[in-house]
Design a protein around this ligand. Structure first.
Ligand SMILES: [Zn+2]
Length: 427
């Protein structure tokens, strides 16, 4: 199949006017000017007309579990109050509600042009019930505040659910489709945060990551209260965590970032384990934290969630400093319990409002090339290149202004999408 569009934004060099992409199965076979692609490739042509064709977007951090909580929790006075509020909402939800919520979330993400998602779920046992319409990295979100001695068991049981991915989806499929399905479902582990997951839990997850070559993700230095808890041994989060029985002997000495860097594998080791980490938020950093980051070789990946950040009113995100220190910063939506939509276009625009000097092209990289790098799929996703996954979307364009600027301004559902589901139909 040959897909022609007025402009092809490959994210691999300059946009191509009157461009086309040749797709074979679920892979890109060729890309270039329409005339050249027509000459070099056989197959039917789908002409998208006055549209720009680009790689499908990649959401590097979200929780589809809570898609049913949109608009349910107004902004709270403190982060700790928000935790209390979401816990109250969650107590009314059944496994059936969560499974429905995850499915709705997937549909919405796809409708807005997301073709790959890093989704944290607190309910890995529900994974076999959900068939994602897009490429998915499932992260089991793990919390052991009340059962720190059971870290290993907790991780092992999550892995059992995650491994079901390798067979649940496959039984009725042809061999070719089975191979394709395997390439679109991945798993990883998400010790929730330093204040909810024990050191043993973090260490166990790192052990598994090295053994299984999986990815890890966590929330770090998200709120001022988390900073207060760890650095000062005080504040609302400290009091709340203490009241629910968390051992607090790690509080009052170090910043969250300091604790995290002590915990994770050192950047100098041959396996570079820090590259397994996709760290969400990193909003609260002290000058000593910046010194640590400058000295540290552990250049883990970071995810900034602009609209969730605005909702909570966190300290300004230090994008420029982190980028100049060499960190790979991507964008995510976080959940609908602290956001209004799962559209990465909305997220790019929210980022642009706060960071006017970052070019629209670089902002688009944060949901394509850079996000693919965080998932260690920079050689298969996030660009339109031969051999890459044929995850493609198209939106109308006028060509009157900068094409990247025009893309970021897109604020409606995406009409033309070629993602996991569509690819499997072709196979
Ligand atoms: Zn999150």
């Amino acid at each position: 199949m040959i897909i022609r569009a007025r402009i092809v934004v490959t994210m691999d060099g300059a946009p191509i006017e009157n461009g086309a992409v040749a797709v074979s199965g679920n892979q890109i076979a060729d890309v270039g000017r329409f005339d050249d692609i027509k000459t070099r490739n056989a197959g039917n042509t789908v002409d998208l007309g006055e549209q720009v064709l680009l790689p499908g977007l990649i959401n590097a951090h979200c929780h589809l579990d809570y898609s049913c909580l949109r608009g349910k929790i107004p902004p709270q006075k403190s982060f700790t109050d928000w935790i209390r509020a979401i816990n109250a909402e969650k107590s009314a939800l059944s496994p059936k509600d969560y499974a429905a919520s995850i499915k709705k979330g997937f549909e919405e993400a796809k409708r807005f042009g997301t073709t790959t998602i890093a989704n944290l779920t607190a309910f890995p046992e529900l994974i076999p019930q959900v068939r994602p319409p897009i490429r998915t990295w499932w992260f089991a979100e793990l919390i052991d505040i009340r059962a720190a001695e059971c870290a290993n068991e907790l991780v092992d049981s999550a892995i059992e659910s995650l491994r079901s991915l390798e067979c649940a989806d496959m039984s009725a499929l042809s061999k070719q489709r089975r191979v394709a399905a395997l390439q679109t479902q991945h798993w990883g582990l998400a010790p929730h945060a330093l204040f909810t997951a024990s050191k043993d839990l973090f260490r166990r997850c790192e052990e598994i990551a090295q053994r299984e070559h999986i990815l890890l993700t966590t929330h770090l230095a998200e709120s001022r209260e988390e900073m207060e808890m760890f650095r000062d041994g005080s504040g609302a989060l400290y009091e709340f965590m203490k009241s629910i029985g968390r051992p607090m002997n790690d509080s009052g000495n170090e910043t969250p970032l300091g604790l995290f860097l002590d915990l994770i594998g050192s950047g100098g080791s041959p396996n570079r384990p820090y590259l397994s980490w996709i760290v969400a938020h990193v909003n609260e950093l002290t000058e000593s934290d910046f010194d640590l980051l400058e000295r540290s070789n552990s250049k883990f990946h970071m995810v900034h969630c602009p609209r969730s950040h605005n909702y909570f009113g966190h300290s300004p995100f230090a994008f420029d400093r982190l980028r100049s220190l060499g960190f790979n910063v991507c964008l995510g939506t976080d959940s609908l319990a602290s956001n209004e939509t799962l559209s990465l276009f909305d997220e790019m625009r929210a980022f642009q409002k706060n960071f006017r000097l970052v070019s629209p092209e670089e902002i688009l990289q944060m949901v394509t090339v850079k996000a693919a790098r965080a998932l260690r799929y920079e050689n298969a996703l996030g660009q339109i290149r031969p051999g890459f996954g044929a995850d493609l979307i198209a939106v109308p364009c006028t060509g009157l202004t900068d094409i990247f600027e025009e893309l970021i301004a897109w604020d409606a559902p995406v009409d033309w999408i070629f993602a996991r589901d569509d690819q499997e139909q072709v196979l």
